[in-house]
Design a protein around this ligand. Structure first.
Ligand SMILES: CC(C)(COP(=O)(O)OP(=O)(O)OC[C@H]1O[C@@H](n2cnc3c(N)ncnc32)[C@H](O)[C@@H]1OP(=O)(O)O)[C@@H](O)C(=O)NCCC(=O)NCCS
Length: 221
């Protein structure tokens, strides 16, 4: 699970502007103590809690969600261990994992993860998984903008990478939609169910994200 969404994985309104301002209020070291709460138009992103384990098991262990990602835990206890691991890695400053909580709900319906690929997060990798009942609802885009803002504004990433199996239509479609650029194909780079799969490498640069954000911001005024 630790590798799950990192390997396989990647507001057009006033809310986005608000979130940017809120994210930048968090200093680069604060997040290691506790992740900030990021609020979008549809979802809140917050630190995972042990009590999220049952809902994450329900949401992320289905065949359609797990098909192109490293196998998620198969028990509540397994998810609890994963959640405890995310807290340790965050405290060590290596990694951040946000729970995705739709407005009006308490439980997590998915996760967004960011991990450093080199010290200081200059190059980082992100990943995500959301329960299939929430696919195509806008939840992904809302949460993705929050976590990409967090990566560039708070942990000061310069280059944000994502990997998606070529066969993962939704994963690649989601990365294209958020504005990531496909840089190439990592041939037979992901072992899943005994078979090596090709992956697409997608990247967002800080300068591209800032330029894109200006365009989104312009559209809302
Ligand atoms: C990846 C994930 C978080 C995206 O969330 P989502 O709600 O499905 O994403 P969205 O619907 O907002 O965007 C997906 C886009 O891909 C498009 N798409 C779907 N199937 C596609 C296919 N076979 N080929 C190309 N594009 C496809 C969709 O039409 C959509 O674009 P649109 O909104 O412009 O129509 C979700 O699908 C998921 O959790 N998948 C399982 C976990 C996973 O694979 N994670 C790793 C991804 S690298």
């Amino acid at each position: 699970m630790e590798k799950m969404s990192l390997r396989q994985q990647t507001v057009t309104n006033m809310t986005h502007t608000t979130v940017v301002a809120r994210s930048t209020e968090t200093t680069t070291s604060d997040w290691k103590q506790a992740l900030p709460v990021l609020t979008g138009s549809m979802v809140t992103l917050r630190e995972l809690r042990l009590s999220d384990a049952p809902s994450l098991l329900t949401m992320l262990s289905t065949e359609e969600v797990a098909r192109f990602i490293s196998p998620p835990p198969t028990t509540v206890e397994g998810f609890e261990r994963f959640i405890a691991w995310t807290h340790r890695e965050r405290a060590a400053g290596n990694y951040a994992c946000f729970a995705v909580v739709p407005h009006g709900m308490d439980s997590a319906i998915g996760i967004f993860q960011v991990r450093q690929l080199e010290p200081g997060f200059v190059t980082a990798e992100w990943g995500f998984a959301i329960g299939s009942g929430f696919w195509g609802t806008g939840v992904f885009m809302d949460g993705a903008r929050l976590v990409v803002d967090f990566s560039f504004d708070v942990i000061r990433t310069h280059r944000l990478e994502a990997r998606a199996a070529i066969l993962n239509g939704r994963g690649n479609g989601a990365l294209r939609k958020i504005g990531a650029m496909q840089e190439g194909i990592l041939r037979k780079s992901f072992l899943r169910n005994g078979e090596y799969l090709d992956q697409a490498l997608w990247t967002i640069l800080d300068e591209d994200w800032r330029a894109q954000r200006v365009i989104w911001g312009a559209r809302i005024h």
